[in-house]
Design a protein around this ligand. Structure first.
Ligand code: GLC
Length: 536
C-alpha cells in the first residue's frame, strides 16, 4: 500500500455523516433547519464519534432543486445563515475534532445565476460560452422529442431527470440550452477554459476558509459529447445504467472529465491537511467508478452506488465489496454508505422496518475498510416517512423513484418525542412533516443502553480504535451460505443474513460487540445478528 496515500489522509478509516441542513435543526423558527442549528448539534456529533460532516448544499439558490441549483458559489444561502455562521461552524466543529465538507455543484448552475442571466442576454454575451447551446434541428430528427413552436426540434434525444427533453428553447436567440436536470439547472460547458478557472477560484475560496473538502455533485457529468450524438437505447440495466430507455453515454461520462479532477486534486493536495474530493459517481460499473480515482491522482473517494442498491443479502453485498476492492487502485480508500437524500433510507429499503436488520446494516457499514458515510437519522434507524402528495416538495418527482419523489428521506431529524420533535419551536410547521418521532427519537435512545443509537456509538468507538486512521486490510473468510464473514484490520465480523441461528464459522477471538441486545455468549450467531470479535 502506498505509504503516502495511507495514514496521512484524514478520511482514511474515518466516519462521515451527512447533515441535510434543512432538516437537521431549526433555530429561527421558520420551519427550515439552518447553520446555527448545525452548530447546536455539534456536541451530539462529537458524542457520537463522527470525524466529519458533509453538509447538503449551503449556497444561495432559488431552491427549485433544494440548493442543487446554485445562484452564487461564494456565499451562504440566506435561509440557512451567513458566511459568519459558516466560519463559526468550521471553527466550532474543528474544536471538537470534526471536519466540515461542503457540497459543490459543478455540472450546472441555477438559471438565476448571474452567468446564465448574462449568457441568455444574447449570442455575443460574455458568458454565452459558459453554457451548452445548440441550434434546433430543422430536418428529420431521429431522436427529437417533438417539434416546438417557432420551428425546429431539440438537437438530440437526451432527456433530463424528469424524462422530458434535456433541451429548452431560449426564445430570444432561438437556440436550445442543455439541462440534464430541471430547466432551471442549465448545464455548464466544461469545454470553455473560463469555467475551469471559475471553479479553481471557487474551490480555493472555500478551502482557504478552512473546509476539509467537497462532495462533488454529479461528478461524472461535467463534459458532454462535443458532437451531441444521440444516446443509445438502454437494453436491460438498472437505474444506475440510465433512464427513460437511454444510456447516457454522450450526455455524461466523457473522458475529458478526468483531467478536471487531476487538476483539482493538485489543488486539494497542496493544502495541509489535504482536502477531500468525494464524488457522487452514479454508475453501475465498478471499473468505471474506480477510474475516477485515476492513479490516485483524481477523486480521493467515489461513492459506491452498486453497494447501495445491492440486495440486503450476504452474497450480494460481499460480492460488491470484493469487486470494489479489486477494482480500486492500490492505496485508494473505498467509501460506503446506504442512505442519502436521493435514496430511500436503508432501515426501510434494506430492513423493511426490522430493527435487527437495521442494526446489522450499521455493523457492516461501521466495520468495512476505508471511509464510511451515514445519513442523519441512520443512527436511530430512522425510516422513510410517507409524505402526503399535497405536502411534497421535490420538483424532480416525475422522474424519481417511480414518481414518489425524494421527500420521504428528507424529513426533519427526530430529536425527541415532543410535538415539534426537538427540530423547531413549538407551533411551527416544519417544511416537511415529522415521522413518528414519539416512537423513535434521539433523546429516548440516548437513555437506553440497548438502543440502536447506543449500538451505533459503540460501533464507531470500536471502528476508531481498530482502524486508527488507516484503510484496514480486508479479507473475506469462509462462511456458510447466508453468512458473511470477513476480517477488517484487527476485527473479525460475522454477519448472519438469515432467519435462523447459524454456527460461528471456524474460530473467533474475544467477542467485542454483537447487535442483539442481551444475546447469550455462545457458539451461534442469531437470526439477522452481527458479531464483531478479535481475530483469533
Ligand atoms: C445529485 C443530487 C441530487 C440533485 C441532482 C442535481 O444527484 O444528489 O439531489 O437533484 O444531483 O443536482
Amino acid at each position: 500500500m502506498d505509504a503516502k496515500a495511507n495514514g496521512t489522509r484524514w478520511w482514511h478509516g474515518a466516519t462521515l455523516y451527512q447533515v441535510y441542513v434543512r432538516s437537521w435543526r431549526d433555530t429561527d423558527a421558520d420551519g427550515y433547519g439552518d447553520l446555527p442549528g448545525v452548530i447546536a448539534g455539534l456536541d451530539y456529533l462529537q458524542w457520537l464519534g463522527i470525524d466529519g460532516i458533509w453538509l447538503s448544499p449551503t449556497m444561495p439558490s432559488p431552491d427549485q432543486d433544494w440548493g442543487y441549483d446554485v445562484s452564487d458559489y461564494l456565499a451562504v444561502h440566506p435561509e440557512l445563515g451567513t458566511l459568519a455562521d459558516m466560519d463559526k461552524l468550521i471553527a466550532e466543529a474543528g474544536q471538537r475534532g470534526i471536519k466540515v465538507v461542503l457540497d459543490l455543484v459543478p455540472n450546472h448552475t441555477s438559471s438565476a445565476h448571474a452567468w446564465f442571466a448574462d449568457a441568455r442576454s444574447g449570442r455575443d454575451s460574455v458568458h454565452r460560452g459558459y453554457y451548452v447551446w445548440a441550434d434546433p434541428v430543422t430536418g428529420e430528427s431521429e431522436g427529437g422529442m417533438g417539434r416546438r413552436a417557432g420551428g425546429g426540434a431539440p438537437p438530440n434525444n437526451w432527456r433530463d431527470a424528469t424524462g422530458a427533453s434535456a433541451w429548452t428553447v431560449d426564445d430570444a436567440s432561438g437556440q436550445y440550452y442543455l439541462h440534464n436536470f430541471l430547466p432551471g439547472q442549465p448545464d455548464l460547458n466544461w469545454w470553455d477554459p473560463r469555467v475551469h478557472e471559475e471553479f479553481r477560484e471557487i474551490i480555493r475560496f472555500w478551502f482557504d476558509r478552512g473546509i476539509a473538502g467537497f462532495r462533488i455533485d454529479v461528478a461524472h457529468g461535467l463534459y458532454k459529447d462535443a458532437q451531441f450524438r444521440d444516446n443509445p437505447p438502454l437494453a436491460g440495466g438498472t437505474r444506475l445504467d440510465g433512464g427513460f430507455g437511454l444510456r447516457p453515454v454522450y450526455s455524461s461520462h466523457q473522458q475529458e472529465t478526468h483531467a478536471v479532477y487531476r487538476e483539482w486534486r493538485k489543488i486539494a493536495d497542496s493544502y495541509t491537511p489535504q482536502r477531500l474530493l468525494l464524488g457522487e459517481t452514479w454508475m453501475g460499473d465498478l471499473g468505471k467508478l474506480a477510474s475516477y480515482y485515476g492513479q490516485n491522482d483524481e477523486l480521493d473517494l467515489a461513492f459506491n452506488f452498486p453497494f447501495v442498491f445491492a440486495e440486503f443479502d450476504a452474497g450480494a453485498l460481499a460480492g460488491v465489496v470484493d469487486r470494489t476492492l479489486a477494482a480500486l487502485p492500490a492505496g485508494a480508500s473505498p467509501v460506503w454508505m446506504a442512505s442519502n437524500h436521493d435514496i430511500s433510507r436503508f432501515p426501510t429499503r434494506w430492513a423493511g422496518g426490522d430493527e435487527r436488520k437495521a442494526r446489522l446494516a450499521l455493523l457492516i457499514l461501521a466495520t468495512l475498510p476505508g471511509t464510511t458515510t451515514f445519513y442523519y437519522g441512520d443512527e436511530i434507524a430512522m425510516t422513510d416517512v410517507a409524505v402526503p402528495k399535497e405536502l411534497r416538495k421535490d420538483p424532480m418527482t416525475p422522474g424519481v423513484a417511480g414518481g414518489v419523489g425524494r421527500d420521504a428521506e428528507r424529513t426533519p431529524m427526530q430529536w425527541d418525542a415532543s410535538p415539534s420533535a426537538g427540530f423547531t419551536a413549538g407551533g411551527v410547521t416544519p417544511w416537511l412533516p415529522f415521522g413518528d418521532n414519539a416512537a423513535r427519537n434521539v433523546a429516548a435512545q440516548r437513555e437506553d443502553p440497548g438502543s440502536t443509537l447506543r449500538l451505533f456509538r459503540d460501533l464507531l468507538a470500536l471502528r476508531r480504535t481498530a482502524f486508527a486512521g488507516q484503510v484496514a486490510a480486508y479479507e473475506r473468510l469462509p462462511a456458510p451460505p447466508g453468512v458473511w464473514s470477513y476480517r477488517s484490520g484487527p476485527l473479525q465480523v460475522t454477519a448472519n443474513f438469515t432467519d435462523h441461528p447459524m454456527p460461528l464459522p471456524g474460530r473467533v477471538g474475544e467477542v467485542l460487540l454483537r447487535t442483539s441486545p442481551g444475546a447469550e455468549p455462545g457458539a451461534a450467531v442469531g437470526p439477522w445478528e452481527g458479531l464483531v470479535s478479535k481475530m483469533p
